[in-house]
Structures are given as C-alpha cells and as structure tokens.
Ligand binder design. Structure first.
Ligand code: GLY
Length: 327
C-alpha cells in the first residue's frame, strides 16, 4: 500500500492528479507549471490580494530594481488597504481590541530585520527593514519596536478601522474567546522576489490571528518560520496558522530541503507533510501554505488544505494560481 509520504512525493514529481484514501492532490497543471523555470525578474505573493502587492513590486523589478526594494514596496500595499482584515490598517484586533502587527524582511546576503507586537504604525515591514539596516539586531518587539519606529521618523496612526471594530464587537457578543486564523481566503502576505541580478529577497506582514490573546506573536516576524532567504539556494514564506509553522520552522525547512536538491515544489510539499503528520486524518480548520522561489525563477507552493492561492508576476504572467494541497 502506498504511504502518504510516497503518495505526496510521487505527486510532486509527476505533477499528476491522483487520489488516495479520499484525499486528492488537485490542480496538477498548476503544480507542473510551478516546477518550470520562468527566468528573472519575478515576484510571487501569497493569496489573491498578493496580485496588488506584486504590481507594486513589479514597478520596481521590471526596470531593473532590487528585489529588497520590490518586496518592501509590495508588502506596503496590503498594509495600507483598510479592506484587508489580516494585514496592517484594518486588520482585525486581538481579544482586547488592539491591532498588533508582525513583519519581517530578509535579503540575499542573509541580512534580516523584524518587528513583532507592534502597535500604531501602518508599515511594520518598513520598520523591520530599518531594524535590519540601522541596528545590530534582528528583532524588536512591542513598545521597544514602537519607540524605534518613532525614532526613525515613522508617524503613528490608529489602525483599528470602524469595520474592524464592529467585527470585534460582534465577536465579543458571542463571548467565544477562540482566536481564528482568518485563513479562509486571506491571511499573511508573504512576498518573494528575484531581480535581474538573481538577487533574492522576501518580506512577510500580518495582523495575525483575529481576536488572539493580547501578546500573542505568530510566525510572521520569525526568521526561519514565515520567511527565510538563502541567496544561493532560494527563499520561502508561509501563511496560515502560525503556531504550526513556528513548531516546524517551516520556511527554513523548505530552503534546507532545496539545498539538499529538492525542487521548490517538492520542498514545500515535504514541509507541509511534517505538519500533516501531526494532524492525523482530520485537519479540522488548520491551514498552512508554503510558497518558495529559487534564483532560476522556479516556484513551489503547497498547502494543508485546498483554498491557498498565490499570485505570480513576471515578464509573461500576471496571474493567480490555486496551490495543490495535502487534503
Ligand atoms: N500566519 C500569521 C499568524 O499566524 O499570525
């Protein structure tokens, strides 16, 4: 009998639509495309709203701009979108009504910056870049991150929109203190780019789980969890339930698997499989998606459950693709 691991591996290699034990690996054509090299420059982002982020990034990449600038500018798009309830302005608050943000950046040289539990600043990704470039540190948290942002000239803003406050008030009426992952259609923005010099960079930004406990920090600001970049091997980002990504250091795992010779697609599949093993046959509402890119422009994507989409922009494409999944 074929084991789940053999099944997933064979799917990743063959790009074929197969079914076993009632679980289907779908969108095989997209999976096949993911393994193809499309050249440079190229930008990929998690979820359909990543298409707008890609557009901003592409404005820099197309004329020869740097991947790091591109991913920062891309991440700033959903951070400023009040209609996006999972990133930046308009993000759903924590249990106590605070919008707390997590973000990070990393470049091809292995430089990294991160902020977590940041309140009152619209662009945590840019504060994270300042941490990387202006301090000897990698991560600043909470009040210290806010103090640093002020010192760097960022201006404060109330990030709790009326829409998000209303959603929070509705949630409180139910008195159901269960954080939710916002993973139905939207979650963290992870954005990865390779520029025409084959330099890689990535960024990640989120308001985290809706109605989380005050003080909760997810995977998004953790280098190695929701983002990892190795300039020679490739880069990876994660979206979904951060706790599962943090426990497995998923993006680092994806890149290390690529270092061992796996394709971006196969590496994402294996990293999801590590999580799936802990879920048994019923994933419940658990959703994690990985997205990976190598310097040749090869893309990989895989998720625990159907529904994870990613957006691709290069010289030939501007599209949203359904990722394959384990269940
Ligand atoms: N992936 C976002 C979070 O769990 O906070």
């Amino acid at each position: 009998m074929t084991t789940r691991r053999e099944f997933l591996t064979s799917c990743a290699l063959a790009g074929a639509a197969l079914t076993t034990g009632g679980k289907t690996v779908a969108h095989a054509a997209a999976q096949q495309r993911e393994s193809e090299s499309t050249g440079r420059p190229l930008v990929v982002s998690t979820w359909s709203f990543g298409q707008a982020a890609n557009a901003a990034a592409w404005n820099l990449l197309a004329p020869g701009g740097a991947a790091l600038d591109a991913v920062e500018q891309g991440a700033r798009v959903p951070e400023s979108d009040p209609a996006n309830r999972t990133v930046g302005l308009g993000g759903l608050p924590d249990r106590d009504g605070h919008v707390t943000l997590d973000a990070c950046v990393m470049d091809h040289a292995g430089r990294a910056g991160s902020v977590c539990f940041l309140e009152g600043y619209e662009h945590p990704v840019s504060v994270a870049r300042k941490v990387m470039e202006e301090t000897p540190h990698v991560m600043l948290a909470g009040a210290g991150a806010a103090q640093f942002a002020a010192e760097q000239g960022f201006t404060t803003r109330d990030l709790l929109t009326d829409d998000a406050r209303n959603a929070w008030n509705e949630w409180r009426k139910e008195a159901r203190y269960e954080p939710t992952a916002n993973a139905e259609r939207h979650d963290t923005l992870g954005i990865l780019a390779v520029d025409q010099d084959a330099h890689l960079a990535g960024a990640c930004t989120t308001s985290g789980m809706a109605f989380k406990l005050h003080g909760r920090v997810g995977d998004s600001p953790i280098i190695g969890a929701a983002l990892y970049v190795d300039g020679e091997i490739g880069c990876a980002t994660a979206t979904g339930h951060g706790e599962f990504v943090m426990r497995t250091l998923g993006s680092f795992l994806v890149v290390e698997l690529m270092r061992q010779g796996r394709s971006p697609q196969d590496a994402c599949t294996e990293a999801v499989e590590r999580i799936v093993r802990s879920l048994g046959d019923d994933p419940g509402e658990t959703q994690v998606g990985y997205l990976a890119l190598d310097p040749r422009g090869r893309i990989g994507a895989f998720a625990v459950q159907p529904g994870f989409q990613y957006a691709v922009r290069d010289g030939a494409r501007d599209e949203i693709i359904d990722a394959a999944s384990a269940f």
